[in-house]
Ligand binder design. Structure first.
Ligand SMILES: Nc1ccn([C@@H]2O[C@H](COP(=O)(O)OP(=O)(O)OP(=O)(O)O)[C@@H](O)[C@H]2O)c(=O)n1
Ligand SMILES: O=C(CO)[C@H](O)[C@H](O)COP(=O)(O)O
Length: 446
């Protein structure tokens, strides 16, 4: 393991930023994006990623290496893999893991259905792990199913919140400059102690930056740098961009990254990751209904109420008709919260259709999906036995789909009063996070 500087920690507050990318870089980025968009799967620039995941997480102080620590019951590395594999123009993702954890990693890939992943044996330091990943991508490897990319992204397995936009920026800049990396402003000032433990000198904070990940390189540049670098570099180095500079005279372009790019290092970082994930999956609600005019009106009303009450949440409404093509897109885009309206039918048909679509999509393999099934009944006309039946029916569905990580709750609304009732109900949607994760036992079934 590479030694880190004593007492180092990640920045927690934003500071002064470097100016944004030059116009030329933006134009190059746009052209990469449009090429990718215009020709999915036939993108001319071959891009692969190497993920070092062979550390033991000493600073975290828990027996499980941090990349395998569970966040909402799913290992941290699975979130990072998801973030990368969603970017379709990344062709291969090579993950370096220790022999000891190889089987664990394989089972994670299988369980969460990760795609385009190849595994290599990690080295004893991060640089050695990265080098092993690069070797697997180099074309001189015999019997290798991987092919040499033009650009390689290097990204730590323990930085789960990398966005496509950032990846695109570093890849575009690497194509132009040979190397590129994400940076963040420093929060604390960096000082140099002398041998007697006293201050030798202090660096001017505004002139320095924290180097984060992802980084990207022309493959030939970084592979050459790793082949040439000394054992000392491999043992104690912490900066890939520096290797490209030192051994290939390639000056990396520095790209401003987002605050979420920090490296999970200490135990408290796991709590931060969990909060961010909960926040992210609470940001969108889709109101689903069928094509009946009445239902359209109701869903529109719900949408309006939700929008006005939850102004930080994106609210969409979709019809469940014609095999729900639009809805399928919403599911593909990973919305995890649904309100399903059943007005005309008394047997939760719409909800059942939605549940089938969700189950087919495998969305809930990655995160819990919440479905609120709203059912309008005119209680004056409906006998109590039918009310009970409806309640029992949805309770049974709920039990069944819970096994597949779908949280279903039902809301029976007396039709003549439904407008008032729905308003009070949607106030409580704001509490989705707490409702989901903290009050598991109180899962309401109205
Ligand atoms: N021999 C190693 C050491 C580290 N890494 C990986 O490099 C990334 C960043 O390293 P770091 O945060 O230092 O991870 P650890 O070495 O696991 O942590 P610590 O330094 O606290 O022991 C992590 O994804 C880690 O798994 C690796 O692939 N091979
Ligand atoms: O942030 C970095 C980017 O250059 C570090 O090099 C990288 O994450 C290594 O971490 P560590 O030194 O803790 O192994």
């Amino acid at each position: 393991m590479e030694p880190g500087p004593p007492g180092s920690s990640r920045p927690t507050e934003p500071g002064p930023c470097l100016s944004s990318q030059q116009g030329a870089d933006q134009a190059a980025s746009a052209s990469l994006q449009s090429a990718a968009g215009a020709q999915p799967g036939r993108h001319s620039l071959a891009v692969a990623a190497v993920l070092p995941a062979g550390g033991c997480g000493e600073r975290m102080g828990v027996p499980t290496p941090k990349q395998f620590c569970p966040i909402l019951e799913r290992p941290l590395i699975s979130y990072t893999l998801q973030a990368l594999e969603r970017v379709y123009w990344i062709k291969d993702i090579v993950v370096a893991v220790t022999g000891e954890n190889m089987e664990v990693m394989k089972s994670i890939i299988q369980k969460y259905q990760h795609k385009r992943i190849s595994l290599v044996e990690a080295g004893v330091t991060r640089h050695r792990s990265i080098f092993n990943g690069l070797k697997a991508l180099a074309e001189d490897q015999l019997n290798c199913k991987l092919s040499k990319p033009e650009i390689v992204i290097v990204h730590d397995a323990v930085r789960p919140f990398v966005e496509e936009d950032t990846l695109l920026k570093v890849v575009t800049a690497a194509k132009k400059h040979g190397a590129a990396g994400a940076i963040r402003p420093l929060v604390s000032t960096v000082i140099s102690p002398s041998a007697d433990g006293c201050l030798d000198h202090s660096l001017e904070r505004a002139r320095h930056r924290a180097s984060e990940m992802p980084q990207a390189f022309l493959f030939d540049v970084i592979y050459e740098a790793y082949q040439q670098c000394s054992d000392y570099d491999l043992e104690f180095g912490t900066e890939c961009l520096q290797l490209a500079l030192k051994y290939c005279c390639t000056k990396a372009k520095l790209v401003e990254g987002s605050p979420d790019l920090w490296k999970v290092t200490y135990k408290r970082d796991l709590y931060a990751v969990e909060s961010i994930i909960k926040e992210k999956i609470s940001q969108e609600i889709c109101v689903v209904t069928d094509i009946e005019e009445d239902n359209k009106y109701v869903s529109h009303l719900l949408e309006e109420v939700l929008k006005s009450e939850l102004n930080h949440v994106k609210v969409t409404s979709e019809a469940l008709c014609h095999a729900g093509r639009d809805l399928q897109q919403i599911i593909l885009d990973q919305c995890y919260n649904f309100v399903c309206v059943n007005v005309m039918t008394s047997d939760f048909q719409e909800t059942q259709k939605l549940l089938s679509m969700l189950e087919e999509s495998n969305l809930s393999i990655l995160y819990p999906v919440v479905v609120v099934s709203v059912h309008f009944l005119d209680f004056k006309l409906v006998p109590p036995s039918q009310k009970m039946e409806s309640l029992m029916l949805i309770r049974e569905f709920a039990k069944e789909v819970k096994k597949r990580n779908i949280w279903l709750c039902g809301l029976l609304i007396s039709y003549p009063q439904y407008v008032c009732t729905q308003i009070s109900f949607f106030f409580s949607m704001d509490k989705r996070k707490n409702f989901l994760y903290e009050n598991e036992e109180k899962h309401p079934l109205t």
